[in-house]
Design a protein around this ligand. Structure first.
Ligand code: C5P
Length: 277
C-alpha cells in the first residue's frame, strides 16, 4: 500500500446569506453570499500513483466514483497522477459544498505535492473557488469573485439534511425573482448577537424556491426553531439547513431532538478559520 502524502479536510460550506442579484445571458445567476465553513467535513487523502479514486464513509453510496467525479476532474485539470481516497462524511447534493469542497481539497493537496494550476477552481464549478479558500468569505459574481473576511465568531451550530436530494438547476429555475439588492455592508462581527442581527437583514433567496421542490425544508426550519435555535436557514440550493445555538451543549441536545424526525443531524460549529487537518 502506498504512503499517504497529503491529508486535506473538505469542510462543509455554509451560505449564511445568499442574495440572487441578477442573471447572466448564459443563464448563470449572479450571487452575493456570505460563506463560512463548519468544523466538520469530508476528508481527502492523496498518494503518488496512477490516477484513481476510492470512496468510503457514511455517504459513499450516494456518490459516483466514475470519470465525471469532480475530484478526478480536478486532478486531470492539474495534470497530476495521484491516488485519491475520499471519506464522504456529508450528504451529497445537499447545498453544503459536497463535490466542490472535495475537489477544492484535492486542488489544495495537489498544490502541496507540487501540482498547481491557477484558475482550475473556477473551471470546476461555481462553489469551488470559495471552497479552495475554506475560510469565511464574501462570494460574488457566479462564484468566481471571492473576498476573504477577517473572521467570524466561533458559534455552535447544527446541520440537518432531511434526506431529499435537491437539483441545483431546478431550484434556480424555480426562482420567482432575481433582482435582490446586494448584501448589506459586512461588519467585523465580534459576537453571535452581531452576526445574528446582521443575518436577520438578509435572506437565502433560494430557500423559497427549494421549498417548492422539497416542502420538507419548511418543516426542518420550524423544527430548528422548536429546538431552541437562535437562527435557522437553508444553505446553498438545499436541502441542508443550519441552526445556530447559544452553547455547544444546546446544539448537541438539539441535534438529538432533530434526529428523531429521521433526519441526518449533526452538531458542529462555525469554524472561524480553516479547521485543522
Ligand atoms: O457550477 P455548478 O456546477 O455548481 O452549478 C450547477 C448549476 O446551478 C448550473 O448548471 C446552473 O444551472 C446553476 N447555477 C446558476 N448560477 C450560479 C451557480 C449555479 O444558475 N451562480
Amino acid at each position: 500500500m502506498s504512503t499517504v502524502h497529503v491529508v486535506e479536510s473538505a469542510p462543509a460550506k455554509l451560505n449564511l446569506a445568499l442574495h440572487v442579484v441578477g442573471r447572466r445571458a448564459d443563464g448563470y445567476h449572479l450571487l452575493d453570499s456570505l460563506v463560512a465553513f463548519a468544523g466538520i467535513g469530508d476528508e481527502v487523502r492523496l498518494s503518488p500513483g496512477p490516477l484513481s479514486l476510492r470512496i468510503d464513509g457514511p455517504f459513499a453510496a450516494g456518490l459516483d466514483a466514475g470519470e465525471d467525479n469532480l475530484c478526478l476532474r480536478a486532478a486531470r485539470l492539474a495534470g497530476a497522477d495521484a491516488a485519491i481516497a475520499l471519506t464522504k462524511n456529508l450528504p451529497v447534493a445537499s447545498g453544503i459544498g459536497g463535490g466542490s469542497a472535495d475537489a477544492a481539497a484535492v486542488l489544495r493537496g495537489l498544490a502541496q505535492m507540487g501540482h498547481a494550476l491557477p484558475g482550475a477552481a473556477e473551471r470546476l464549478g461555481a462553489d469551488v473557488p470559495v471552497c479552495l479558500l475554506s475560510r469565511p468569505a464574501r462570494m460574488q459574481g457566479t462564484g468566481e469573485i471571492v473576498t476573504a473576511l477577517p473572521g467570524l465568531p466561533t458559534l455552535p451550530l447544527v446541520l440537518v439534511n432531511p434526506g431529499v436530494g435537491v437539483s441545483t438547476p431546478q431550484v434556480f429555475e424555480a426562482l420567482q425573482s432575481r433582482d435582490s439588492p446586494p448584501l448589506p455592508p459586512i461588519p467585523g462581527f465580534s459576537n453571535a448577537d452581531d452576526l445574528i442581527g446582521w443575518l436577520a437583514q438578509t435572506r437565502n433567496d433560494l430557500q423559497a424556491a427549494a421549498q417548492t421542490v422539497a416542502p420538507v425544508i419548511g418543516q426542518v426550519i420550524d423544527a430548528f426553531h422548536a429546538s431552541g435555535a437562535g437562527f435557522a436557514r437553508m444553505s446553498g440550493s438545499g436541502a441542508t439547513c443550519f441552526g445556530l445555538y447559544a452553547s455547544a451543549a444546546k446544539a448537541r441536545e438539539a441535534a438529538g431532538m432533530l434526529k428523531q424526525h429521521g433526519w441526518w443531524a449533526v452538531a458542529s460549529e462555525l469554524a472561524p478559520q480553516r479547521p485543522p487537518r
